[in-house]
Design a protein around this ligand. Structure first.
Ligand code: 5RP
Length: 222
């Protein structure tokens, strides 16, 4: 199977979860990226089986609307049974690095409201330790140099994502070479740096379920 076929398989599995486990008036949280796009396309086939969606990025909102799926403002939603999103890296403990697409802050906010976080990923994303994928950190633009100095003190090499602004109007520093022995601790420490909006470690609130696409089929880890 190609990587794209594996993404489509996990997206269908997540849509099946929604169809079988979620109330008919539910609002679904939807992530960002190529795997999340496959999920959106799978959701479109069951439009009407749920009330609508909250998007984690402008790109996701546009794709949902393109399928005629109602997109709600998160401030109008108090409960959300499930949030479905991809990851750049995920461990067997369901800690993740996210933000390759730059949507990490809104992803973390929408995920915080959801009861269950379902990570959908092809097998290449499963790692034993996080950090080979550079860690994205969203930063207020005027704090770029100061935050870069602080990230370097943590052992990483921050690189500005050139020509990119987040949906929130901020920059991304991609931090290379971090040794991430304790993702929960590092997530908190980076978030303490003044000028950081959030970082792409999803460990304090990791995924609850991982649907992993493998040539042998979709495996479920929880
Ligand atoms: C976007 C993300 C994505 O979930 C992550 O980058 C994975 O993307 P893809 O499914 O395209 O590999 O965090 O900010």
């Amino acid at each position: 199977m190609t990587q794209d076929e594996l993404k489509q398989a996990v997206a269908r599995a997540a849509a099946d979860y929604v169809a079988s486990r979620v109330a008919e008036d539910a609002i679904i949280g939807v992530g960002t990226g190529s795997t999340a796009n496959c999920f959106i396309d799978a959701l479109a086939a069951m439009k009407g089986r749920f009330r609508g969606a909250v998007a984690s990025s402008e790109a996701t909102a546009a794709r949902l609307k393109g399928h005629g799926i109602p997109v709600l403002d998160l401030n109008d939603v108090s409960t959300m049974p499930v949030y479905v999103d991809g990851a750049d890296e995920v461990t067997p403990k369901l800690h993740m690095i996210k933000g390759g697409g730059g949507a990490l802050t809104r992803e973390k906010i929408v995920a915080a409201v959801a009861e269950t976080f379902i990570c959908i990923a092809d097998g290449s994303k499963l790692v034993q330790a996080l950090g080979k994928f550079p860690l994205p950190v969203e930063v207020i633009p005027m704090a770029r140099a100061q935050v870069a100095r602080e990230l370097a003190k943590l052992g990483g090499t921050p690189k500005l994502r050139e020509g990119f602004l987040t949906d929130n109007g901020n920059i991304i520093l991609d931090v290379h070479g971090l040794s991430i022995a304790d993702p929960v601790d590092l997530e908190s420490r980076i978030n303490q740096v003044v000028g950081v909006v959030t970082n792409g470690l999803f460990a304090r609130r990791g995924a609850d379920i991982l649907l992993l696409g493998t040539p042998e089929g979709v495996k479920t880890l929880s």
